[in-house]
Design a protein around this ligand. Structure first.
Ligand code: HEM
Ligand SMILES: *[C@@H]1O[C@H](CO)[C@@H](O)[C@H](O)[C@H]1NC(C)=O
Ligand SMILES: *[C@@H]1O[C@H](CO)[C@@H](O)[C@H](O)[C@H]1NC(C)=O
Length: 331
């Protein structure tokens, strides 16, 4: 214990020196929570206050901001590539299948970034803003807290194809979803815990309609979906039309970050096919769903760890990338 403590302290001291010597370019190539302690001491406080204001205006914003970090990290790493608008050679990821008419919260990120630019210009990256906003949103919704490793730099480009291919679709098989997580270095413990962020937020009818009417092409509803719940969903998610009608991902406590998402799945009331298959398509993930349904503490613990792991996906550091002035465009 004493040894690992000292080793950790040493690492921190090294990390600090690196950030001081290299003018906050993070040439050390790794992330640590104290990254802005000297260059922008109020950075975390500023992010938290803007997020708190936005979530007070609209509770759903907490969910939308958590999702932005996920959709950023799964495409060329956590580098704010998601935030770039189309211009010149850049084709925005905002137009991809998972994001189109769906990803939201970009104005809140702009508001945070504007406040940070005022306090300490060209210092805090947009990728770090996404990571902090995801953590703050989780806490505000009643979920776990964790220290966010920082020092990511922003990309100089975006990848529409990466966004289409790397982010799982709601009708992917469990095997496909597991593979897409594995490609990012995330295992099934991470997958099931992170899916637990569907304890908050909303889904459009179009994301789960297939389950209500014609799951396997035989004209029948998904048999793993509770029949009464399916009937209820069909009233506002018709065979055609109503694509953008909204439904809570967690029907019991839609704005509270808790483990009802897992209890719902155990009761055959997962909204998305990708939620329910965690329980029906493999024993390994089924056991995890049951454990998280039984222990909020275990869920919170594993969620926080998995969020840090997801936030560490291929960060741009050192001379790679930049700190954008405006999250929507390269400098
Ligand atoms: C495991 C594979 C996943 C799939 C297939 C998936 C799919 C989806 C879909 C289809 C929606 C609804 C979008 C819409 O209809 O507009 C959604 C919403 C959401 N997802 Fe996921 N998701 C996955 C994992 C994750 C992860 C890892 C996170 C975060 C760590 C996350 C966070 C959210 C949140 C918070 C919402 C609600 C957003 C809002 O209300 O604005 N999802 N997801
Ligand atoms: C999944 O949904 C997409 C978009 O709605 C659709 O094009 C595709 O055929 C579906 N895939 C399966 C296997 O049902
Ligand atoms: C269900 O889907 C299959 C294959 O996509 C299609 O051939 C069939 O007509 C659909 N049935 C109904 C009732 O919509």
């Amino acid at each position: 214990m004493v040894v690992s403590c000292n080793f950790f302290t040493l690492l921190l001291v090294l990390a600090f020196s690196v950030s001081l010597c290299f003018g906050n370019k993070n040439s050390g190539g790794y992330l640590f929570p104290q990254f802005y302690d000297h260059s922008c001491p109020r950075a975390q406080e500023i992010v938290r206050s803007v997020v708190a204001k936005a979530v007070a205006r609209e509770a759903r914003m907490a969910a939308s901001l958590v999702r932005l970090h996920f959709h950023d990290c799964f495409v060329q790493g956590c580098d704010a590539s998601l935030l770039l608008d189309s211009s010149g050679s850049i084709v925005s990821e905002k137009g991809s299948n998972p994001n189109k008419n769906s990803a939201r919260g970009f104005e809140v990120i702009d508001e945070i970034k504007a406040a940070l630019e005022k306090e300490c210009p060209r210092t805090v990256s947009c990728a770090d803003v996404l990571a902090l906003a995801a953590r703050d949103s989780t806490v505000l919704a009643g979920g776990p807290n964790w220290e966010v490793p920082l020092g990511r730099r922003d990309s100089l480009g975006a990848s529409l194809s990466g966004s289409n291919n790397n982010i799982p679709a709601p009708n992917n098989t469990l095997q496909t979803i597991v593979t897409k997580f594995k490609l990012q270095g995330l295992d099934i413990v991470d997958l099931v815990a992170l899916s637990g962020s569907h304890t908050i937020g909303l889904s459009r009818c179009t994301s789960f309609r297939q389950r209500l009417y014609n799951q396997t092409g035989n004209g029948l509803a998904d048999s793993s979906l509770d029949e009464a719940y399916a009937r209820q969903l069909r009233t506002r998610c018709p065979r055609s039309g109503g694509d953008n009608n909204l439904f809570p991902l967690d029907l019991v406590s839609p704005v509270k970050f808790d483990n009802y998402y897992f209890k719902n799945i155990v009761a055959s009331k997962g909204l998305l096919n990708s939620d329910q298959v965690l329980f029906t398509q493999s024993v390994g993930t089924m056991i995890l769903v049951k454990q998280y349904a039984e222990s909020n503490e275990l869920f919170f613990d594993n969620f926080a760890k998995a969020m840090v792991k997801m936030g560490n996906i291929s960060p741009h550091t050192g001379v790679n990338g930049e700190v954008r002035k405006n999250c929507r465009k390269v400098n």
